[in-house]
Write a protein that binds this ligand. Structure first.
Ligand code: SF4
Length: 279
């Protein structure tokens, strides 16, 4: 920051909290930048915006946004956000958290929020491991990947998040990487206009943990992998969109799915109205 000049994103950023806590080369700061740009584009008044996260490296992101933000308990951000949205449906609520928080600890909650079509914007930053606690494997770690808790290679097949979220009932599903900043910004801006549960996966880089044990000497090396191995296909068969770093098939990105269906609030309002008329 230039002394006395402030930060160009001062309106949306709590710049007094800088420097941030993320490691050099981490992709989460890129997601913060994309989110704040999308928020500026959306024109949504700041007092209607709420950011919620659970626990982990990504979960620190809402603390840097100059809006109401809540850093909740591990895996329970969806439950927290659901309650807030039901209490005040006018709020634009974004959940920004990591793969471990949303799909390991909180996996049950996210499935049901998508099924209910709660009007939330969920951004999952997937770094393929538990970064904050030293790089353990989880449900998004690609099979064969080496982590602190899978030193001989991960034995398990990983979740394919866009496929899963579409199957669970999400209204909007997309996936980008920390390299695809313009597309990611557009998808986040679009998610603000979607009524219903929107889900954006951001494939990110974690150089000191996942990166170093899986052939990526630094953040640049993994970004280069994304550049060379990602393929954009908005009409992809999501069944085949699992992530691998084996190099034998592309990583599929895109603005995959958008279908409007009644939200939880729409149905709730209809029932309340019907009960009122019947009385
Ligand atoms: S441990 Fe990984 S995810 Fe966490 S801040 Fe560092 S680089 Fe980012």
């Amino acid at each position: 920051m230039i002394q006395g000049k402030g930060h160009p994103k001062d309106a949306f950023l709590r710049s007094e909290r800088l420097p941030h806590i993320w490691c050099p080369g981490c992709g989460i700061g890129i997601v913060l930048n994309a989110y704040l740009n999308a928020l500026a584009l959306s024109g949504i008044p700041r007092e209607e915006v709420v950011l919620i996260s659970g626990i982990g490296c990504t979960a620190r992101l809402p603390g840097y946004a100059n809006a109401d933000s809540y850093h909740t308990t591990h895996g329970r951000s969806i439950a927290f956000a659901t309650g807030m949205k039901i209490a005040n449906p006018k709020l634009h609520i974004s959940l920004i958290s990591g793969d471990g928080d949303l799909f390991n600890i909180g996996g049950n909650h996210i499935m049901h929020a998508a099924r209910r079509n709660i009007d939330l914007n969920v951004i999952c930053v997937n770094n393929f491991n538990y970064g904050m606690t030293g790089g353990q494997h989880g449900s998004t770690t690609p099979a064969g990947s080496v982590t602190a808790s899978s030193p001989y290679g991960n034995l398990e097949q990983s979740f394919n998040l866009p496929y899963m979220m579409k199957a669970m009932g999400a209204s909007y599903v997309s996936r980008w990487t920390a390299l695809h900043v313009r597309q990611l910004t557009r998808s986040i801006a679009k998610s603000f206009t979607v009524r219903g549960f929107s889900f954006i996966e951001v494939l990110s880089v974690c150089p000191p943990n996942f990166g170093k044990d899986n052939g990526f000497a630094d953040a640049y090396a993994q970004m280069q992998y994304f550049r060379e191995h990602c393929e954009i296909d908005n009409n992809a068969d999501l069944h085949n969109a699992g992530v691998t770093f084996s190099g034998d098939r592309p990583i599929i990105l895109g603005d995959f799915y958008h279908k409007t269906r009644p939200t939880f609030h729409d149905i709730e309002r209809e029932i309340i109205e019907r009960v009122r008329v019947d009385r």
